[in-house]
Design a binder for this molecule. Structure first.
Ligand code: BYC
Length: 324
């Protein structure tokens, strides 16, 4: 919603216009003036999110050949393809801020850019596909639905489609777990084991506690983030408790209980040391995830070169026709 409010780049008018748009809960579009820090924050958050989608294809991609039926295989394949698409929308949104796709990719393969901590954990059993869908995509929905209203237009619009697809992803994960929970004793144990391993890391996806989140206050003032990390985490847990009861799984937090006074669930302490270890590159699979991405990037070089050569040939032909 830039409407009639247009601004000249670099002038005080631009700054006043930006402030007015934020104040009015309007939208900032790529050609509008914006503070450099706003631009940098968006590039950081959107590119991290894009990288998360691309790295997030790995833990599930590993199960495509081992899915227990043709139906499960095609559903999983579609989900992983959706994630590639999410990466694409997000990289495109970030590009409108003046960074190239090549720069972002290079930052990822060089280990200079972050991606979500959650994708550094292994997926040893089929039940992990259920737990990722239910918990990881569930956390993603809680975190990302408010981002559909992010003040930066291209980001908010990309998030609308992403959230619709995440919603399908979450349900397919829930359904995998439900099927396992209605199966044999061994299948129920496998489902519970996966929930035990993914529950705490999924809570960490929301980021550090509010009093240890350096970016939140400014991002909320700019209407990029709409809720704090802790608020969204709380909302997620409230969503999970009734769903866990339907599934028949136990959430692995002995301190989890409803608090009549606050009307919310009290939770046990999250292991923030583990979170910081993963962020520092010392999670279970950080090295492997990054290495796979780097190898895929290098092995795909010929495709990029061929596509660029083809585009150059097409352009040359078009220029020749126009000149004739
Ligand atoms: N993992 O000040 P804070 C998906 C970093 S994709 C790693 O609170 P902010 C899916 C943070 O970047 C899921 N790093 O930061 C995909 C910051 O470091 P820098 C990804 C984390 O930005 C495929 C520092 O900690 N979702 O769901 O205000 C298959 C301080 O944090 C994490 C998104 O990216 C973490 N968990 O808030 C299935 C959503 N948490 O950059 C599913 C968009 C924090 O200052 N992003 N850090 O060096 C966001 O909403 C926000 O960026 C966050 C963090 C809530 C994640």
């Amino acid at each position: 919603m830039t409407t009639a409010l247009t601004a000249d780049a670099g002038t005080l008018d631009g700054e006043a216009m930006f402030d007015a748009l934020i104040e009015a809960d309007g939208r900032i579009e790529p050609r509008d003036w914006m503070p450099e820090a706003y631009r940098r924050t968006l590039i950081r958050q959107i590119s991290q999110h894009a990288h998360s989608e691309i790295i997030g294809m790995q833990p599930e991609g590993a199960w495509i050949t081992r899915a227990p039926s043709l139906k499960r295989k095609s559903i999983l394949l579609a989900k992983v393809q959706d994630e590639a698409g999410h990466g694409l929308y997000l990289y495109s949104a970030a590009q409108t801020l003046g960074i190239t796709r090549d720069e972002m990719t290079q930052q990822l393969v060089d280990g200079k850019a972050r991606y979500s901590s959650i994708f550094n954990y292994p997926t040893p059993t089929w039940a992990d596909m259920g737990a990722i869908g239910w918990l990881v995509d569930g956390a993603a929905i809680c975190n990302q639905v408010p981002l559909c209203r992010a003040s930066y237009g291209p980001y908010g619009r990309a998030m609308v489609r992403i959230c619709k697809e995440e919603s399908f992803h979450q349900r397919q994960g829930f359904e995998i777990l439900l099927t396992l929970m209605q199966g044999t004793e061994e299948q129920r144990e496998m489902a519970q084991d996966a929930v035990n391993r993914w529950y705490w890391p999924s809570l960490m996806m929301f980021g550090p506690p509010d009093d240890d989140s350096p970016n939140s206050a400014q991002s909320m003032a700019w209407n990029i983030k709409r809720f704090s990390n802790d608020d969204l985490r709380q909302r997620f847990v409230s969503m999970l408790v009734p769903q866990a009861a339907v599934l028949g799984v136990t959430l692995p937090d002995p301190d989890l209980r409803f608090n009549d006074e606050t009307g919310q669930y009290d939770m046990g302490e999250i292991d923030w040391t583990e979170f910081h270890e993963v962020l520092a590159g010392r999670g279970p699979l950080n090295t492997l995830r990054r290495q796979h991405r780097r190898e895929a990037h290098e092995e795909g070089a010929w495709v990029r070169e061929a596509a660029a050569a083809y585009a150059a040939k097409k352009n040359a032909a078009r220029t020749q026709t126009a000149a004739a």
